[in-house]
Design a binder for this molecule. Structure first.
Ligand code: IMP
Length: 430
């Protein structure tokens, strides 16, 4: 009855796709459990790269059932666009392969407009992805959201949708002084979306529970990262969902006794998109080196917005924090190859806060601005490690770097990616 989870251990964009792809092959169900089309992952189908935002990576593996779980907010327009792209690749995207939780919420164009308007009105913008995520979760919490189950009956859904659009229009015009959505156009679009998506709405809780009770493998595919969690992240510079172990269980509707592995995906350095505290942010020269030029799909530019990511040194204090929050049973370290060629690397092993040294976060993440990282310098390596396939083939300095992370957190790095290609990774025999 194992449930495995793949979670971002930092601020998202850790490169969760590789390990998800590897584990999806052995799963009966792959479920996305949080967020919406603010996330992005690149799938490799043959020689083609496909950018997806909603459909779980398991779609590449025939026989895997993909679920969009209750904790998600789904933009139907994006989802249908992804179905079309996947179909063009010859993949089956029928309801036999994909199921949407009736409790997942829907994003409308009004949510997107509100997202933009709220950002413009904020004194200090969060730097959201502009996909309407915050406003959709706001309406969910206010108990007036639109849920996927409503797609089943257009006659009942239509007046509720109209009322949501009209309320948003009043807010946008009256308070934000911004243009409203084109209500009639949205109504026409959503009638088509409902027609196309209604058969995908299924009892996903039962699917997950039955698969687990029959001894099948369920894989929870995380989006974003723990430090963007609404409760435990760097509030208010967070997303509006829970990309954590607790969030996954809540969204999938199962208890913790089902858990087998909780895999924390850790980029070998630190990145973040958007505003908010970032204690180990590197100098622009080092950041530019870590980021890459943007010519490659794996360079540090947002999959959803194309924004250059802020880059810095690995933060061991925050990693200990996200380990505590999620109970990681192992790490999957990504992009170790990007560190090749640095003479010296830095890892934050503690913070200085109010004159004292702290190995653990001394305040809430909101206070990170007042934390100064205490760095340990680690000798770098010059060799190209992309051809390494075994732990012992890595230069001793690269192994020492990984081992330092393991000692700081008490979590073992079970897999390490050493290059962008699927084959460029190391599975350690532990
Ligand atoms: P929102 O989720 O669009 O509301 O954005 C809130 C914050 O989360 C912003 O700082 C975004 O840059 C960040 N964020 C949301 N999704 C992702 C992601 O998939 N990767 C990295 N950052 C993200």
């Amino acid at each position: 009855m194992p449930l495995d989870l793949i979670l971002g251990a930092q601020w998202g964009d850790e490169g969760k796709g590789r390990i998800t792809d590897a584990l999806a092959r052995q799963a009966q169900i792959v479920a996305r459990f949080s967020g919406g089309d603010n996330a992005g992952h690149t799938l490799t189908a043959g020689a083609q790269h496909l950018k997806l935002h909603l459909v779980p990576s398991g779609i590449l593996h025939p026989g895997v059932r993909c679920i969009l779980a209750a904790g998600m907010v789904i933009n139907p327009a994006t989802l249908i666009e992804e179905f079309d792209q996947l179909e063009a690749f010859g993949l089956d995207v029928s309801p036999a392969r994909i199921a949407i939780s009736p409790s997942a919420h829907l994003i409308t164009p009004a949510h997107r407009l509100l997202d933009g308007a709220e950002e413009r009105l904020r004194g200090a913008p969060i730097g959201t992805t502009g996909r309407g995520i915050g406003p959709a979760y706001t309406e969910k919490a206010a108990r007036r959201g639109l849920r996927a189950e409503e797609l089943r009956s257009w006659s009942a859904f239509a007046p509720r949708l109209r009322s949501q659009l009209e309320s948003a229009a009043r807010l946008l015009e009256g308070i934000y002084k911004e243009p409203p959505p084109d209500i009639e156009a949205v109504m026409r679009d959503f009638e088509r979306y409902a027609e196309r998506l209604r058969d995908y709405v299924a009892n996903t809780d039962a699917l997950v529970a039955t698969t687990l009770s029959e001894g099948g493998n369920v894989l929870g595919e995380g989006a974003q990262g723990t430090l963007l969690d609404l409760d435990h992240g760097t509030y208010p510079y967070v997303t509006s969902s829970h990309p954590t172990t607790a969030g996954a269980l809540q969204s999938l509707g199962v208890g913790p006794s089902n858990l087998r592995k909780v895999i924390g995906v850790v980029k070998a350095f630190q990145t973040r998109v958007g505003a908010g505290p970032f204690p180990t942010e590197a100098s622009e020269a080092d950041a530019a080196r870590l980021r890459g030029t943007g010519e490659q799909p794996w360079d540090e530019y947002g999959t959803t917005t194309g924004r250059p990511r802020r880059c810095g040194w690995l933060d061991g204090v925050l990693l200990r924090y996200t380990t505590r929050l999620n109970g990681f049973t192992e790490f999957s370290i990504t992009k170790l190859d990007v560190l090749s060629g640095f003479e010296e690397l830095r890892i934050a092993v503690a913070y200085r806060y109010e004159g004292q040294r702290h190995p653990d976060l001394p305040c809430t993440p909101a206070g990170l601005d007042r934390c100064e990282p205490v760095y340990e310098n680690v000798v770098g390596w010059n060799a190209d490690i992309r051809s390494s396939r075994h732990w012992n083939q890595l230069p001793p300095e690269a192994r020492a770097y990984v081992e330092r992370i393991e000692r700081l957190t008490g979590v073992t790095a079970a897999t390490i990616s050493v290059g962008p290609e699927r084959s460029e990774w190391i599975e350690r025999t532990l």
